[in-house]
Design a protein around this ligand. Sequence first.
Ligand code: ADP
Ligand code: MG
Length: 364
Amino acid sequence: MARNSSLPITIAQVTKTYGKVFALDHVDLNIQSGEFLTLLGPSGSGKTTLLTVLAGFTRPDGGSLKFGDTEMITVPPHKRDVGMVFQNYALFPHMSVAANVAFPLKLRGVVGAESARRVERALEMVRLGGYGARGVDQLSGGQRQRVALARAMVFEPRIMLMDEPLSALDKQLREHMQIELRQLHEQLGMTTVYVTHDQREALTMSDRIAVIQGGRIMQLDTPRAIYERPANRFVAEFIGESTFVPVTVAAGRLTLAGQALQTADPLPADGARLLMLRPERLRVLGATEEPGTGFNLLQATLVHTVYQGDSSLLQVALADGTRLQVRSASIGLAAAAQAEPGRPLRLALAVHDTVLLAADGAAA
Ligand code: ADP
Ligand code: MG
């Protein structure tokens, strides 16, 4: 399967309505050649609709879709040359593994020795070499999903579309397959659009993530940028844990419970803002420890500790009553007394983790 045969995808102003519902609302999205791009969003946000527009099963009301330089909107699905894997892999249950994988080749008139050779190579790619003669019903869930993948790859598509392909698998297998899929992508290099509602899966696998909500792309960026600098409150809440504190920038200063804070980006104009805090970025300082340069200091009181094994979630209160959450490495049995409510705590927060959003939750 040749490298460098992938294609960029250009989506411009694509809209699809069902009655009054905008499943896709003027979506613009440029996907680079060979990129692994994930559409991440809650149920009903338009992920599947966008994927079926790419596949050709859904005709948008308006907009343009290009693979490379070619306009695709009017091209039927079987002429788009895309590989597809869906959640319910829809293998033919009464057919052998090899016959399942050979199916797209047969549709394209590839049969006999050439077909057999390509089927075996696709099965080797997904580490099922030698499984061709087996019945599909003799395979585990993970093996079946790999057969579905081999079937999608066997005709060497330049674009691969995957809609929640791992969501039916148990957690351990899912995490294993995430790594496998990503490695396969690195070997083959086809442009891949992957759909999931699982934020960790998206962060693990993607070159870039498009966060989608209500048929609109909320943010398109690398996993790190999406997590560290969410464009708005929706993105911040959907990915990871966060506490939002209403704050006021006044006379060019930001204070929280009487303590001045420095922020990651230059302070915006005076006015109401929302401070976004990731619980794991607040660090409890030792009794004599100083926060050091590049850190804000917050004085707090411990309210409550939830022990969660590898880490604990602390509820703390600032002087003005503001509640924050702090994720901290758990302390062992002997140190349980340190979890006493009312204990004063000093917290360090890196300036680059001190992020402001607009008061309404949009980007500041
Ligand atoms: P997701 O895959 O993110 O869960 P979908 O793309 O399936 O979301 O759906 C987006 C929106 O479009 C939802 O409000 C859904 O109810 C609606 N929708 C999708 N397909 C149809 C359809 N065939 N008929 C009517 N409404 C649809
Ligand atoms: Mg869906």
